[in-house]
Design a protein around this ligand. Structure first.
Ligand code: HEC
Length: 197
């Protein structure tokens, strides 16, 4: 076996099947990388375990809070809280409500029937209500929808301005006691008596 001069003092004192080993140093770049990982590990441990750095749940909560701030998610939509939901008997408002109800954008009629008699969704013309029958309760039903039952939230996904929601509320109010043909059966287990004044 040929051994170069400068390898002689690096040669380790063992041999296996003719294979010998030189005691080469690790390359400098490798060593620095190694020292860096040690320093990083110490810093990591100090920050997260000793100095109380945030864990992933806290980081998640912080990011969500930041986003809530940035996108103003905590603040109610403009005008929403102060809107005075009320059944209007102004024929123009009621006509607007009917227009929205029958409109192709919102499709209320496809689930509640052309006359509000109910189909997939409940009858809106009787005095049995699942989610309340005050102007505010009906507005809330419309705005938040019932996504698990198929009714989308009209307050966000397909936004309706508050004026249109109130027009719908007024239109639904005007349907009370109209007794349309083919009314959908009342969901006796859930609907309760509620009369729109
Ligand atoms: C895809 C079908 C569908 C569409 C479209 C739909 N709804 Fe509904 N709606 C439902 C269902 C189903 C319920 C019953 C939810 C439940 O069981 O609690 C409901 C419930 C309601 C209620 C509450 C009824 C009660 O008894 O408390 C109101 C008010 C209402 N919808 C109004 C509307 C209006 C106004 C629109 C259009 C802007 C609309 N819905 C569009 C399916 C629909």
């Amino acid at each position: 076996m040929k051994i170069l001069d400068d390898e002689k003092d690096k040669l380790l004192n063992h041999e296996y099947d003719g294979i010998r080993e030189l005691d080469n140093h690790m390359p400098l770049w490798w060593l620095w990388l190694f020292y860096f990982t040690i320093a990083f590990g110490v810093g990591y441990m100090a920050y997260y375990y000793l100095l109380g750095g945030p864990d992933q749940h806290e980081e998640y909560a912080m990011e969500m809070a930041e986003a809530a701030e940035k996108f103003k998610m905590d603040e109610p939509e403009e005008g929403a809280p102060s809107f005075a939901w009320a059944f209007s008997d102004d024929p123009d408002v009621i006509a607007r409500g009917q227009e929205v109800f029958m409109g192709m954008n919102n499709l209320c009629f496809t689930c509640h029937g052309n006359a509000g008699e109910g189909l997939v969704g409940p009858n809106l013309t009787d005095d049995k209500w699942i989610s309340g029958c005050s102007a505010e309760a009906i507005a809330t039903s419309i705005i938040t929808g019932f996504p698990d039952k198929g009714m989308v939230p009209y307050g966000s996904g397909a936004p309706l301005p508050n004026e249109d929601v109130n027009a719908l509320v007024s239109y639904i109010g005007s349907l009370q006691g109209t007794n349309p043909a083919n009314p959908k059966a009342v969901d006796e287990a859930r609907a309760v008596d509620c009369t729109i004044e």
